[in-house]
Design a protein. Structure first.
Length: 630
């Protein structure tokens, strides 16, 4: 894995300041400690930091084609590069290296932007064509690898793997985007393609931008989309078919010139990856696990079970309350506010892995592809009720009940009747936004100042999820929910978390369960193969059942749950007090600090669980202070 940065003059050929290019490039040194390189020619500047995985000695970047027509800086891995290389060689292309980066150069020569549809992998890259004087920026289908951009008023486009690189440019405006704050408190992250800074945007997953010197509008073009057609037949053979597809996806991710390990949480997804990796690899490999000092959150028993079955070299680390001290390191790694507290154990498992290897496989993506989240099953049950009662009746019956019912935060979701009643009074799109939102609309309204509300001008974060849900290419509401998560939650939360935490430790994380051919196949499964008997990932569990113990497969889903609520009352309480008294939040003018203090007091007294909102506020304050935004 690597880091890239660059400057492209869209209105001329001004030479970039080499010192600025160097600072932008070296801000990403954690992404690529093994090497660096820059190219600076009139109108085009490229910088690269390398973590060497394939063709370790020779494949440095920026890389030029043999005839020097093309230059590229690339972050990621192309898993089918050898097949593409063979195809291109048959067509007369010549290669000097065994490198996926060089294959990208020749693939672009042969097919132009259409090459993106042929790639199997994770990627973000900038490719400059000297002959046409055009720059191609491209990003993989799911957004595994990041790309941020800033289109400056004078026509220069800044781009990089992370926002911290753009912050090294002295001309980057630092104004806050108010809609990003509304989105952040609704979702817990700043969704694509928005950024906390109004001048910065993100190249969206499955999109590319082709730039020239004309200074025209910056257009992002979609080259791929996922359709939940749910049209597969032949149920009897599907589990075996899926098992083979999973094995193929894992095998393709083992291509490397360095050792590859695997994360092992003890859940179905990572355990399946380890089992399939064992069948595809002739070498004994390492597995890495994170546990918790509380039995309520700990899964190491199951991780050890899998490690012993497949004779891996297993390593563990326990997360304790002392790990709350990572807060500042998290803020530095994410740049923007990011409120998924499971980033803490994710950082620790990546740190553990990097002590042994450069590459690790993860189990991310299966919950979105195969409907593994508990909210999917709950949403399906609510949909059954909605389908039986006319919408007008539901609104009159359930909305008043939802408003009147007490908020019982500590009960399981099916027993939190307030939330259930509220959802039953909504249409499916609004109900699904309701299911994924972190800080609800009424609480956001109480927390936001009149100034922020004026600047929002009526904008509501639910518009994003609801529009995507309603327009989703899916046959069922379950498919619409999954599609919406794949468009927003997956790239905005899960993949940002894994990329930033792995790269903060100079580790490459690979996601075999996000192989696009596998996910396309999963999207053709009927709903009954995804959720059956109220449990998600039904077919995937059946596919890997021959490989794993039944008690691991059939136990309730846990996930990386962090006791953040208790930490906010204990070791982090002083941080929250400081936050409420004097901070970048109050300086922004966007928050009612008295409302925040009341939330903190109610949480500490055990009257209400405001842990997620307080954690959001804490991470936002640190991001604002770091960015110097205003």
């Amino acid at each position: 894995m690597c880091g890239l940065a660059g400057i492209f003059d869209r209105r001329g050929k001004r030479l970039a300041d080499q010192n600025v290019l160097d600072r932008m490039t070296d801000a990403l040194s954690h992404r690529g400690p093994d090497g660096r390189g820059t190219l600076n020619e009139p109108g085009t500047a490229l910088g690269h930091r390398r973590l060497s995985i394939i063709d370790v000695e020779r494949a440095s970047q920026p890389m030029a084609s043999a005839d020097e027509r093309f230059e590229i800086v690339f972050n990621g891995e192309i898993y089918n590069y050898r097949e593409l290389k063979s195809e291109l060689e048959r067509a007369g292309h010549r290669f000097r290296l065994d490198s996926d980066t060089e294959v990208l150069l020749e693939a672009y020569r042969a097919w132009g932007p259409d090459m993106l549809r042929r790639l199997r992998g994770m990627f973000a890259f900038a490719l400059w064509d000297r002959k046409t004087d055009q720059l191609l920026l491209a990003r993989d289908r799911f957004g595994v690898k990041p790309m941020v951009m800033a289109d400056l008023p004078d026509g220069r486009l800044l781009f990089a793997s992370e926002l911290k690189a753009l912050l090294e440019h002295p001309d980057l405006p630092r104004g806050i985007e108010p809609r990003a704050i509304e989105d952040y408190f609704a979702y817990g992250y700043v969704p694509e393609a928005r950024s906390l800074l109004s001048a910065v945007t993100k190249l969206q997953p499955a999109h590319y931008a082709l730039l020239d010197r004309s200074g025209g509008e910056l257009v992002q073009t979609r080259y791929w989309d996922l359709a939940f057609s749910e049209d597969l037949d032949g149920e009897a053979s599907r589990a075996g078919d899926l098992r083979q597809r999973l094995k193929d996806a894992v095998r393709s991710r083992l291509v490397a010139d360095v050792e590859v390990a695997a994360f092992l949480s003890g859940g179905v997804d990572s355990s399946a990856v380890v089992a399939l990796m064992a069948s595809a690899s002739e070498q004994r490999f390492k597995t890495l696990s994170i546990g918790f000092d509380s039995k309520a959150f700990d899964e190491t028993e199951y991780a050890r079970l899998v490690a012993e079955r497949y004779d891996t070299e297993h390593h563990e680390r326990i997360v304790t309350a002392d790990d709350y001290g990572l807060v500042d390191r998290l803020a530095d790694a994410f740049d923007e506010p990011f409120a998924d507290a499971s980033a803490i154990p994710t950082f620790r498992v990546c740190e553990l892995a990097r002590a042994h290897v450069k590459v690790a496989l993860s189990g991310d993506g299966a919950d979105e592809a195969f409907a593994g989240y508990r909210r999917y099953a709950m949403f399906q049950r609510e949909e059954t009720v909605r389908s039986l009662i006319p919408s007008a009746v539901r609104a009159v019956l359930f909305r008043p009940l939802g408003r009147a019912w007490p908020k019982l935060d500590r009960l399981p979701r099916p027993l939190r009747f307030k939330s259930t009643f509220e959802a039953l009074g909504m249409d499916p799109a609004e109900a699904y936004f309701h299911a994924v939102s972190v800080t609800r609309s009424a609480e956001r309204s109480a927390l936001f100042s009149p100034q922020l509300k004026r600047e929002l001008a009526g904008y509501d974060a639910r518009e994003l999820y609801m529009e995507t849900f309603r327009n989703a290419p899916a046959e069922t509401t379950l498919g619409k929910a999954q599609y919406t998560d794949i468009r927003h939650y997956l790239p905005g939360d899960i993949l940002v978390k894994v990329d930033r935490m792995s790269m903060a430790n100079s580790l490459e994380a690979r996601d075999p369960l996000l192989d696009h051919e596998l996910v396309e196949w999963a999207a053709r499964l009927p709903a009954r193969d995804r959720i059956r008997g109220g449990a998600g990932k039904w077919l995937m569990k059946e596919a890997v059942r021959p490989l794993l113990p039944d008690r691991l497969i059939d136990r309730p889903k846990m996930g990386f749950v962090v006791p953040i609520g208790e930490w906010l009352k204990g070791p982090l309480s002083a941080e929250v007090d400081r936050l409420c008294d004097a901070s970048a939040l109050s300086g922004s003018g966007y928050f009612d600090m008295e409302a925040l203090k009341e939330m903190n007091l109610a949480h500490r007294a055990g009257k209400r669980d405001h842990s997620r909102t307080l954690w959001q506020a804490l991470m936002l304050e640190k991001a604002l202070a770091k960015l110097g935004a205003g």
